[in-house]
Every structure is written in structure tokens, then in C-alpha cells.
Design a protein around this ligand. Sequence first.
Ligand code: NAD
Length: 357
Amino acid sequence: MEGKWFAYMEKYDYENILFCQEKETGIKAVIAIHDTTLGPAVGGCRMWTYKHEDDAIEDALRLAKGMTYKYAAAGSNLGGGKTVIIGDPYKDKSEALFRMIGRFINRLGGRYITGADVGTNMQDMEYIRMETPHIVTLPESCGGAGDIAPYTALGTFQGIKASVNELYGSDSLKGKSILVQGLGKVGGNLVRLLVEEGANVIISDIYEELVLKYQEEYKLDSVESEKVYGTACDVYAPCALGGVVNDDTINKFKCSIIAGAANNQLQEEKHAEMLQNKGILYAPDYILNAGGTIFDTDRLGVLGVHNQDRAVKNVLKIYDTAKQVFKIAKEDKITTAQAADVYAERRIAELKKLKNI
Ligand code: NAD
């Protein structure tokens, strides 16, 4: 095990890992900073139980790197970071714990900015805000952008249009069958946008009440959650869990496009190539689901204040970004997932040159 983390950091070029510990509150947390070429590292604060400490460290590092790529591709002047608190979000939370995290983050002097993630919520963010201004994902009453899911949905909607354009030569969603898996904060908003655009929306959720709610409101067809992957449709939009493109599902797909908001849709890198071989266009998840973070971090931009119009305009750019990614994939003969990474890496490399001046 000797040298493991330094070797990992070197391999993917991480800047810092900060270990945080405090006996009274029992806090154990890891703050990972991947790359601050484009600006301060931003990434949410996750609270989760991990079997081993190493799993928590690896999660923080992996997620921080993901944020670097997400912001770089989104055109934001931000880098990637992440906080992982080791603990049970249902049992171990306290005001003191989150304020302590706030103090650790504050010591970094703005090089890392946190936000909400799996296992943390707005209340936790308010506690962190009591100790540091270096935070996004706050309610409007605390100077934040409020609920960002509608903007994640808007960005995903743009990505779906770009994908449909790529395959069918037109942006129109009229009559296109689009299966939305997951009717939560993002999926619910996405359904509304798609229906308004004249798409033939099919819905699925494990919560029957949610399905009934949207069926009643929009008169939509639904499929049971086990039948999602084998349902014929133009677009399958995963908006629930990650890992939905895997060895089991890959042979069931009867869609032409996979374009949704769920994080980490591909279980492994090889699945991108497998989709390509099946002739299914995959719109990379972190390109499509960046709308919420673009909106949320708008006030971290040049002017330092949130501007609704500018933020929305930047969310709408996801259409162009997706098209650029498809273009790179074709030109470089690589998968769209690889093309998204190339797109992000090119922007970082270009702007790194600025630092020499
Ligand atoms: P959510 O918890 O509000 O909604 C998820 C929904 O998926 C729930 O209604 C749940 O019942 C349903 N679901 C779970 N398993 C399912 C299954 N097997 N089949 C069908 N439905 C199932 O979450 P959310 O905020 O809407 O996020 C959805 C996805 O988008 C997640 O992967 C999340 O990481 C990603 N994402 C969200 C945001 C955001 O702004 N909220 C931003 C970026 C990415």
C-alpha cells in the first residue's frame, strides 16, 4: 500500500488531498482538489458511510476529477474539487459537524468552494455558510440560486435536442418517443419541457404515485421500471440512477439515442464503445447534466453577482457543447464519451497557456 495515494494523485495530476479530523464532533472528512487551472475548485460535499477509509478517499478524488471535466466542458472558469464526510447522513449529522467542515473549507481561503451533494441538504449548507463564504447551493434567502434542478432539466433538454439533431437532422422533438426514467427533481421538470415541445413522452419511476401524477397531468404512457431498457423509443433519457448502461442492459436497448441527466450512466468505459457499435448515439452525461451547476455557480464568475439571464444563456449553450462533442467523436474516430473528455482537456490546455503570460 505504500505510496498508493501519491501514485494515484500523480497519475491523474491532483493538486491536494486535505484530511480533516476533530475528536469532539467525531468528524472525519476528505477534501480533494483536482485542478485549479481554470479557477477555484468547486464540488459538493458528500456524506456517506464507507466500508473502508480508502473508499472515501478514492470517491473524493474521483468525484473531484469529474468536476474538473464538467466545469471545463461547461465553459465555466472553475476547477474541480469535492468533500467527502465519512458518516451516516441519517444518524451522524449535527450543526457542529457542518460548521466544523465550514471552518476547514474556510482555511483554504477560496481555493475550494463547496455545495450540496448526496447525503447533504440546504440545511447543512446553511450551517457551513455560517463559517465560510466559500459555498454555492444555498437557498435564495442566503444569497444562493435556490432550486437548481429545473436548470439541470433545461440543460438536459438542450442536449436531447442536439442529439436528435445529430441523428435526424432536425431539432424538432414533435412526435419523437422519449422515455424518461426517473420522475424526481430533474426528470419531472424534463417531462414538462418535452411535453411542451410536442414529444411523445413515456414515463417510468419506481414510485407509483409519481407515475400517476404525471399520467394524470399530461396523459402519458408509462412502463414498469424493469421494462425500461427493452422499450422501443427514439430517446432513452436516464434521470434516476447511474450505471444504467451495463453488461445486462446493453443488449436490451431498442432506442436510437441515450441522453439524460443521471450521473455516471456508463458502468464502464467499454460500454461507450459497445453503444457505438450498436449504432446508439450516447450523449455524455456530464455534458448534459451541467445546467444546474452552471446556473448555481454563475455568481462565481467575473462579476461576482448572480445574473439570471446570463446564467440561463449559459445553460442553453449545452446544445452547442453537445454538438461540438459529437463533431470531435466523428473527426477523431473516438466514442462520444472520450470526445467529451477531449473537449474538456483541450479547454484546460488552451487556458493553461495564459498562465505563462
Ligand atoms: P431525485 O432523487 O429527485 O429523483 C430520482 C428519481 O428516480 C426518483 O423519483 C426515484 O424514485 C426514481 N428512481 C430510482 N430508481 C429508479 C428506477 N430503477 N427506475 C425508475 N425510476 C427510478 O434525483 P434528481 O435530483 O432528479 O437527480 C436525478 C439524476 O440526475 C441523478 O443521477 C443525479 O445524480 C443526476 N443529477 C441531478 C442534478 C440536479 O440538479 N438535481 C444535477 C446533475 C445530475
